[in-house]
Design a protein around this ligand. Structure first.
Ligand SMILES: [Zn+2]
Ligand SMILES: [Zn+2]
Length: 329
């Protein structure tokens, strides 16, 4: 089968490799679509060849059910990106994303994939493959869980810093739940996309001071909540500055060190800073319900490429000239 290999220094190869086998509790899936994720960019730009295939947002058809007890040949499934040991304290309380032995899926940018049966989410057959990648994966899962942790209600001002795929997912989910979304980025293409995904306001931070602009939009109050999806120290700072007193900053963009003044940023502003990681199997039924009711998660998809054009797909994504990019074997 064909499989994508990240060679380092922004080089991508599509190579012939042996087909995976449905050993043990694994099923064999014919991949129909996989999503390129921002988390793969480190490996794409890295100095060395990545040891495995980094794709982890994927849907397909079960073609060999192995020893499966729940899935059958022909079933449509999405594959969860992470899973736990099933045996530790965190797994025991259903919070397996904190499992010390957290396992990550991979190998999704390929024609075939094997995955443990218990991490496969059954996808209704009428859901298109590209939407399915988002509905069963990080694309919708991460922003959905953010919305649950934030308790978003209609009419709130929610600022989203960073309009890459994670930011766009949050724009779509927050807008659908009734928030008045303010998207901030420095990329005009992505700001236009944010508007198409439901943002009521967009701010180009290179042209306009975002803190002043958010003050104007919110009649001087500041945003009720800010979702930091850019992952830069300056956007983290911006998030703290755009929220109102007693506002909430939700951090989902991976960060290094940032500056924080507890007196100013927490005590005197009565603010809450929180983070959110992945989503849970248990979120999936509600995510599917929201999708069924019309949440337009597919609006973030801008490009589809055959698997053999993976190099072009990664180049476009890395250049910031795309929303979600889907590979189709
Ligand atoms: Zn991902
Ligand atoms: Zn565990």
């Amino acid at each position: 089968m064909l499989s994508v290999k990240l060679l380092g220094h922004e080089r991508v190869a599509v190579r012939e490799v042996p087909d995976p086998e449905p050993r043990g509790d694994r099923v064999l899936i014919q991949v129909k679509a996989s999503g390129v994720c921002g988390s793969e960019m480190g490996s794409y730009r890295g100095a060395s060849e990545h040891p495995s295939n980094t794709g982890h947002e994927v849907v397909g058809v079960v073609v060999d059910a192995g020893n499966a007890t729940r899935l059958n040949v022909g079933d449509h499934v999405g594959v969860h990106a992470v899973w736990g040991c099933g045996d530790c304290r965190w797994c025991g309380v259903g919070q397996y994303t904190h499992c010390p032995d957290l396992r990550h899926s991979g190998g999704a940018h390929a024609e075939m994939l094997s995955a443990p049966e218990h991490v496969c989410l059954r996808l209704p057959k009428d859901v298109p493959w590209d939407d399915g990648v988002l509905v069963t994966g990080d694309g919708m899962g991460v922003p959905y869980r953010v919305s649950q942790r934030l308790g978003t209600v209609g009419g709130e001002f929610v600022c989203v810093t960073g309009a890459g795929p994670v930011g766009l997912g949050n724009v779509i989910v927050q807008s659908y739940l009734g928030a008045e979304v303010i998207a901030v980025d420095i990329n005009p293409y992505r700001l236009e996309l944010a508007q198409a995904c439901g943002a009521a306001h967009t701010i180009d931070a290179r042209e306009t001071d975002p803190v002043e602009a958010v003050q104007d939009i919110t009649s001087g109050a500041g945003a009720d909540k800010c979702i930091e999806a850019a992952g830069k120290p300056e956007t983290f700072r911006m998030a703290l500055d755009v929220v109102r007193k007693a506002g909430v900053v939700m951090v989902v963009g991976e960060q290094s060190l940032v500056e924080l003044n507890p007196s100013r940023d927490l005590i005197h502003s009565d603010a809450t800073i929180m983070g959110s990681l992945y989503y849970h199997y248990s979120d999936y039924p509600a995510m599917l319900d929201l999708y069924r009711r019309g949440l337009p998660i597919g609006d973030m998809i801008t490009h589809r490429f055959p698997l053999t054009d993976a190099a072009a797909a990664f180049r476009l994504f890395a250049d910031g000239r795309a929303g979600k990019v889907i590979l189709e074997p």
